[in-house]
Write a protein that binds this ligand. Structure first.
Ligand code: SF4
Length: 696
């Protein structure tokens, strides 16, 4: 009898989950995917994978997938299945009516880091060339927008300076606000390999994560800081570097402006950042701060890896600048084994940042306010473009609540579940007259949508992703799209229905357009990537097969030099009180991916069937709680219920949960504070109290 699982063919593609971007061979039999095998030639993963990626196909033909376009006049009405032509006509008619009634700026678009580069580029083109405004944002707004701001300010590009394999040359690895073992498992394994070879590990994180201690490695120094004190602790590390003259003067004089270093050194060298002062504030031993500073500065090769524990704060951009400053001061840029590297949560966060899905820049980080840049896009797109930066996603939601913003095209995102202060997001959604949702499943946001475009998963389309090390890899169609169209085709047809004559034979032509308009992608093409496997940007005439390490000779700034930014610590306004005496912080678990839309529909759900609340035994005892009790978590913004898990991973005074399950509604309690520069929400610090839910 033939084996029904025996594959007949395989297609090399890229995992659509985390920012590692592992290469996989998706094996099929007939029209079914039967297995995902890690691709040995994949330069990001070298044949390795994690349990998310191995099962990253079960969801694609899950019974919950929507296969027909849906429309309804009101969110109170049931959905009506319609043809694609009717759906495009209806959505376009509503958007045109809204713009005629409320003005050109009353609508906007949001794309996702789950989309391919080509789709992200098309959605921002939809906003700019079709809607005629710059109301375009993407989900990096709520995760790594401070990376773009903070790294651009210090070293010029908001991107990882290294390739992943560079870590194998590091002597010291500093992980700040990240847990690669669970969030970026394949990279986490590479990091552990280097630690087993003798590299030292410093972890700055409020929680004793798997990265701090596991069966295979342990941190040499763990600064278990109080949530919200990143900037103070990084400035204190810098204080030791300055006071003990551990900085690299030759590098600073050659590659930076010395007087800017002096200004920064005067700030961080002041007594208020002394380890004794900051240690008391952050809850860590002053000698551990000193030891971390000496270890990092003395390297000789020290690399920084960081995540959302740095960015999702009211000083998220300042925290990123602290890391840029520290690397510049210690000369830890421009060679193998060093650098500052954001670990991107979703597969294409870097692509989302690069390809113009922001209200102020086109693809290639070029400003919409620059007349010459705008003229080059106008020449390519054949329409006049708005010179005024548009609304960020939180501003769109605020304007919707205020009644001036009425329509949104949302591709691959679930703002109701993933954005902060859920009550506010729902109020905004309810106030809009046309929400067009383009996704695989009816998610939380679909409850407030009027049009649903059934999208295609990464297994049903062609395109590219850019991973956390700037590596552009191919996404290849493994099976036919369940609802008939690939996502890029849906956006193009929506543009056409709006009256804009977009036309592409394939996403390869979209990447060609990206290359014409975006300097760092100038040499990228499907042909190049198909030939060499993948390529890291910048990829142009001087680097025709891409660039592994940035900043070797100069920084991509007007004067070619790195800059020190002043990073004064400002405490978050979110403080504990008698009523809310604990600090809640959030994170991820290995088996689940983000809001769980995909992984909850795969075998991974067996490993993590619900989100739980980690609480220290001391805090539990005060409240009469036992392990497994159902507890109410209350903040100034809302209440949720979770099972308590007594844990020594968190210190007394800190509680922790994940956000993978819609029913746990973690964002119903998170605050509405956000990063001063980018509006990235402060997910990592919320004052709460925890109490037993009365079974009666
Ligand atoms: Fe690789 Fe990340 Fe996918 Fe795991 S989830 S297989 S580490 S890309």
């Amino acid at each position: 009898m033939p084996n029904p699982l025996k594959p007949e063919k395989s297609v090399v593609t890229t995992c659509a989950y985390c920012g590692v971007g592992c290469g996989f061979k998706a094996e099929t039999r007939g029209d079914r995917i039967v297995r995902m095998i890690p691709w040995k030639e994949g330069k990001a993963n070298h044949g390795h994978s994690c349990i998310k990626g191995r099962f990253a196909y079960d969801y694609y033909n899950h019974p919950d997938r929507v296969r027909t376009p849906l429309i309804r006049a009101s969110i109170e009405d049931p959905w009506t299945p319609v043809s694609w032509a009717e759906a495009f006509d209806y959505a376009a008619g509503q958007f045109k009516r809204i713009q005629a009634t409320y003005g050109r700026a009353s609508v906007g678009a949001v794309s996702s880091s789950r989309c391919t580069n080509e789709e992200i580029f098309l959605v921002q083109k939809f906003a700019r060339a079709v809607l005629g405004n710059n109301n375009i944002d993407n989900c990096a707004r709520i995760c790594h927008s401070p990376t773009q701001f903070g790294l651009s300010a210090t070293v010029g590009w908001g991107a990882a300076s290294q390739h992943f394999d560079s870590i194998l040359q590091s002597d010291v690895i500093m992980v700040v606000g990240a847990n690669p073992t669970e969030g970026h498992p394949v990279f986490g394994s590479l990091m552990k390999r280097r630690i087993r070879q003798g590299a030292k590990l410093i972890v700055i994180d409020p929680r004793r994560t798997e990265t701090v201690k596991s069966a295979h490695c342990a941190a040499d120094i763990h600064l278990a800081i109080r949530p919200g004190t990143n900037v103070a602790i990084l400035d204190s590390i810098a204080h030791v570097v300055v006071r003990e003259k551990l900085y690299d003067e030759a590098f600073i004089r050659a590659r930076c402006e010395w007087h800017e270093f002096e200004n920064w050194a005067a700030l961080v060298g002041s007594d208020r950042y002394a380890p004794e002062v900051v240690g008391a504030l952050a809850g860590v031993a002053p000698d551990d701060i000193r030891a971390a500073a000496r270890l990092y500065a003395n390297g000789p090769k020290s690399a920084i890896y960081y995540g959302l524990g740095v960015t999702e704060h009211s000083q998220g951009s300042t925290g990123v600048m602290c890391l840029g400053n520290l690397a510049l001061a210690c000369g830890m840029l421009g060679i193998e084994g060093v650098g500052v590297n954001p670990l991107r949560g979703q597969g294409n966060v870097q692509g989302g940042s690069c390809l113009g899905s922001w209200p102020h820049v086109f693809s290639g980080y070029r400003f919409v306010t620059d007349d010459a840049v705008r003229a080059s896009f106008e020449a390519e797109w054949g329409v006049p473009l708005d010179a005024e930066p548009g609304l960020r996603l939180p501003n769109m939601l605020d304007a919707a609540v205020a009644g001036t913003f009425k329509g949104m095209y949302v591709m691959g995102e679930d703002p109701v579940q993933s954005d902060p202060n859920q009550h506010h997001v729902i109020a905004a959604m309810k106030n809009m007259e046309c929400v067009v949702l383009h996704d695989l499943f009816l998610n939380e946001t679909s409850k407030y949508a009027h049009v649903f475009f059934p999208g295609s998963s990464s297994l049903e389309k062609d395109g590219t992703f850019t991973n956390a090390e700037r590596r552009v890899s191919r996404v290849r169609k493994v099976v036919e799209p369940l609802a008939g169209y690939q996502d890029w085709e849906i956006t193009v047809k929506f543009m056409n229905a709006m009256g804009y004559p977009a036309s592409y034979a394939s996403p390869a032509e979209v990447l060609d357009e990206i290359a014409r308009l975006s300097p760092a992608y100038r040499g990228m093409s499907f042909a190049l990537i198909d030939r060499i496997g993948s390529a890291q940007w910048p990829c142009d005439e001087s680097a025709p097969e891409g660039t592994e390490v940035l900043h070797r000779e100069k920084f991509p700034r007007a004067n070619g030099r790195g800059t020190f930014m002043l990073t004064e610590y400002v405490p978050t306004a979110e403080r504990t009180t008698d009523r809310y005496p604990l600090l809640l912080t959030t994170g991820r678990i290995l088996s689940q991916y983000n809001v769980g839309t995909q992984t909850r529909r795969t075998a991974n759900s067996l490993w993590h069937p619900e989100d739980v609340l980690e609480i220290h035994a001391q805090d539990a005892a005060v409240r009469g709680l036992k392990d497994g009790d159902l507890v109410r978590v209350a903040s100034r913004f809302g209440e949720i219920e979770l099972r308590a898990r007594l844990s020594t991973r968190v210190n007394p005074g800190v509680v922790y949960t994940t956000f993978h399950h819609a029913k746990s509604r973690a964002n119903a309690v998170t605050s509405d504070l956000s990063d001063w520069a980018t509006n990235c929400p402060e997910y990592k610090v919320t004052a709460v109290d925890v109490a037993l839910v009365d079974a009666g």
